[in-house]
Design a binder for this molecule. Structure first.
Ligand code: COI
Length: 351
């Protein structure tokens, strides 16, 4: 299906004001954004307009009851081309979140046409330097101005983009979280809904006050099994292969996680998705069989974990380990995303 996307171009591009050698993460926004409205029956008024504030009623349902979901994905530059990494997987996951949050489905055609039209207009905003990318934030939120608790009838679907550098600039020190939980069985942990991130901020703040960068979430029932960090999925490289916690409805099915698993299998590494206990990790860190810990996510990409703390004991994995697998994966992921390696997996869409 073809959507009739209207376009209002910005009169003054802000691109000349941007120091592309110093972009940080998430504070600089490209010139335009894509919007479409769900009127209760259908998606209407797909449009590209200059990036700017939205005007909302104070009673906007998303603000009060949290029907608000999002995605994160990236585009990369290869000479004059713009390469998108697995955008249709983000579209699929956005709709899984929408279904759980009783929000309307976004047709693939609307998602992709809006995205491609926006990227074509703002293609000069895709940075080219090492470690940089255009971060793309598709999101949907409830727009009814009604304060009864029920699914909204109206919604806004939007996409904006930001040129970004690395989300994390160094290996992380993480704290195994045993008191607070990110999600519960039967809950919304597998969705990318706004509340999952808001709810994680307090335990993260406590961990940061103790000198850690992030929390390592454990299962909400026993707090003995590792799940994910506040912003990423989690991998352990051991002498006997690579382990990542198997997915449950309390965890986000990361697209970078899946890419890494496929890359590892393709390179004939043994990789298992299975329960991974904190005690197993501690034992392996102590006897030297744990070689590397790393985390994966769209924003974070692939970053090493220096070490983890559990009940006041710190296990410095980097000191005795190496970074062989994470370096190999980082190189492959970068090569694929920047079009420097053949796209054997069909992950790249070129603009
Ligand atoms: C992403 O990795 O794209 C996310 O949405 C995580 C967020 C913490 C930036």
């Amino acid at each position: 299906m073809s959507h009739n996307i209207t376009t209002q171009l910005s009169a003054n591009s802000r691109i000349q004001e941007v120091d592309f050698n110093n972009i940080g993460f998430g504070k600089i926004f490209s010139d335009h954004m894509f919007l479409a409205d769900w009127d209760g029956q259908t998606w209407t008024n797909p449009r590209i307009i200059p990036y700017g504030n939205l005007s909302l009623s104070p009673a906007t349902s998303a603000i009060h009851y949290g029907q608000s979901i999002f995605e994160g994905m990236k585009a990369f530059r290869h000479e004059e081309k713009v390469l998108l990494f697995r955008p249709r997987d983000n579209w699929r996951r956005l709709n899984q979140s929408a279904d759980r949050m009783v929000m309307p489905e976004i047709p693939e055609s609307l998602f992709m046409e809006g995205l491609l039209a926006l990227l074509n207009i703002d293609r000069n905003w895709v940075p080219g330097s090492d470690g940089s990318a255009l971060y793309i934030r598709p999101f949907m939120f409830a727009t009814d101005d009604f304060i009864g608790v029920k699914p909204s009838e109206k919604y806004c679907f939007a996409i904006f983009t930001c040129p970004v550098g690395p989300y994390y600039s160094k290996p992380l020190r993480i704290k195994v979280e045993e008191k607070y939980s990110r999600a519960a069985p039967g809950g919304v942990g597998f969705t990318k809904c706004a509340g999952n991130y808001g709810g994680a901020m307090y335990p993260t703040k406590l961990a940061q006050a103790e000198g850690f960068d992030q929390v390592l979430w454990t299962d909400p029932i026993t707090h003995t099994l590792v799940e994910e960090t506040g912003t990423t999925n989690f991998f352990a490289v051991t002498e006997n292969g690579i382990i990542t916690p198997e997915l449950h409805d309390t965890m986000l099915a990361g697209i970078t996680r899946d890419s890494v698993i496929q890359l590892l299998k393709h390179s004939r590494y043994t990789v298992s998705e299975k329960p991974l206990s904190v005690s197993e990790l501690k034992q392996q860190a102590t006897d030297g069989t744990l070689k590397e810990l790393f985390i994966t996510g769209t924003a974070a990409t692939l970053i090493n974990i220096e070490g983890f703390s559990h009940q006041g004991n710190y296990f410095d994995v980097m000191k005795s380990g190496n970074q062989d697998v994470s370096n190999m994966l980082r190189e492959k992921m970068n090569g694929l995303r920047h079009g420097l390696l053949p796209d054997q997996f069909g992950w790249i869409e070129v603009l």
